[in-house]
Design a protein around this ligand. Structure first.
Ligand SMILES: [Zn+2]
Length: 92
């Protein structure tokens, strides 16, 4: 069980949150110009690293806000939590 530090509410139990996938995936500037393969890559292809990974989370049972979290996918260690629009912190 994770204890996730919401940037607005503070530490809360993992059950209050929903996972939102990889963070910092930019919407294409001109989606109509993409081929089907390029569109599929945008929609479905995500990084899957072993180690620190920037993810989106929503505090659905709390403030209902979205935020980003850098979590180690191998150990579940939380390296950083930051609000949307803030730069991704540098972690080892
Ligand atoms: Zn919250």
């Amino acid at each position: 069980m994770l204890l996730i530090p919401c940037p607005w509410c503070g530490p809360r139990d993992e059950v209050e949150f929903h996972y939102g996938g990889q963070a910092h995936v930019a919407y294409p500037e001109d989606p109509g110009s993409l081929s089907d393969a390029e569109w599929a890559r945008y929609l479905f292809f995500r990084d899957n690293p072993k180690g620190p990974f920037a993810e989106r989370w929503s505090h659905t049972a709390g403030c209902r806000r979205w935020f980003n979290m850098v979590r180690d996918t191998a150990t579940n260690e939380i390296h950083a939590v930051y609000r949307p629009g803030e730069p991704r912190p540098v972690v080892a």
